[in-house]
Design a protein around this ligand. Structure first.
Ligand code: BDP
Length: 342
């Protein structure tokens, strides 16, 4: 099951082995033949973020909705804080049916499904409203649907704000300032190419290991949005934040196709409806969280600088050409650009 694009089974933590054995997913035993609509239980989900983060809260909101609508027959339990492993690992586990739900950034999906690459292109979205317009359109639906052959049902797309660079060395004002910096990236070849095209050195590391790597000087910096910069405490170590806003890559909530197929058509509709409703809640929480994170940084010792984006964007053309190659991807990119205001 799943796609050959996934690497061999995730190794390591006992909890992950349990997951691979199907230990946490909606139990197959609950799905009696012919009794699909009586399926009951807690859907399990994974998230790299702490329990109070907007993505976790949004999925819990979805769970409450499901519980209300089914009289408690269905619900969701989120394993937050990356306790089940990196997003790459949990995606693989989800595709095998060891987890029901997984909230991930689009970055780790880039190596799973090429149709996720357009959303990960640097400078493709001009603003948060532009990104929201795109993901709310048929383009969002198309990209979510493209994950199904990999054992993943794309349920909805959440915000992730704008990612900017931060590091322990110096303010970044022009691409020249990036020369030689060792910068952490998520597990995506596109991110690696982006960093290298800017003259820095990309170091792929799971999100949960970034704080320690910064503190130990294994890397000089990383890039992320305001809420993650604060909640992962990267700002305590990386005290130069440069507002490149190079990526507005969103987040995806996916469901294991194996778990999905165990639901009755009515429950599938309900899960889709709950996911759709959770997007509004997520955006509300997200906007508050961005404001809070900015206030935390303003009161901290982080030196924040604005950046003229054009010189950075100009260096991204070869990256776009390298990763956008199929007519389907090109069509998505064209439609994204057509939805710009400027
Ligand atoms: C955060 C995303 C999270 C990623 C993380 C990263 O919400 O899904 O794991 O960035 O950089 O903004 O890996």
């Amino acid at each position: 099951m799943g796609s050959s694009r996934f690497s061999s089974a995730a190794q390591g933590a006992v909890s992950r082995r349990r997951l691979l054995a199907g230990g946490l997913a909606l139990s197959a035993a609950a799905a009696l033949p012919g009794c699909k609509s009586r399926m009951s239980g807690l859907l399990t989900g994974a998230d790299a973020h702490p329990a109070d983060y907007p993505t976790v809260k949004a999925v819990e909101f979805m769970g409450q909705y499901l519980a209300e609508r089914t009289g408690g027959r269905l619900g969701i339990k989120v394993y937050a804080g990356g306790q089940l492993g990196s997003e790459t690992d949990t995606l693989e586990i989800t595709s095998f049916g060891g987890l029901d739900l997984n909230r991930v950034n689009f970055a780790p999906l880039n190596s799973v499904e090429p149709m996720t690459l357009p959303f990960s292109l640097p400078f493709v979205f001009e603003s948060v409203p532009h990104m929201r317009r795109v993901v709310d359109s048929e383009v969002g639906e198309e990209v979510l649907a493209a994950m199904e052959p990999h054992g993943l049902i794309g349920l909805c797309i959440y915000d992730s704000g704008a990612r900017s660079f931060y590091n322990t060395r110096r303010a970044i004002r022009t691409p020249d300032d990036m020369a030689g910096l060792k910068l952490r990236v998520p597990a995506s070849d596109l991110y690696v190419a982006m960093i290298n095209a800017l003259g820095a050195n990309a170091v792929p590391i799971p999100f949960g290991e970034v704080y320690q790597s910064l503190a130990q000087g294994v890397i000089d910096g990383a890039e992320n949005n305001w809420p993650s910069f604060v909640s992962a405490r990267h700002y305590e170590v990386a005290t130069y934040q440069s507002l490149t806003e190079h990526l507005l890559t969103p987040e995806a909530l996916v469901m294991s196709k194996i778990s999905w197929d165990r639901l009755s058509p009515e429950d599938q509709d309900l899960v889709r409806e709950a996911a759709r409703l959770s997007v509004g809640e997520m955006r509300r929480l997200w906007d508050l969280r961005v404001t809070e994170a900015k206030a935390t940084i303003a009161a901290s010792s982080v030196a924040v600088n604005e950046v003229e984006k054009e010189p950075f964007a100009a260096l991204m053309r070869p990256v776009w050409e390298q990763f956008i190659t199929t007519p389907q991807q090109k069509s998505v990119v064209e439609r994204i650009l057509a939805m710009r205001e400027g």
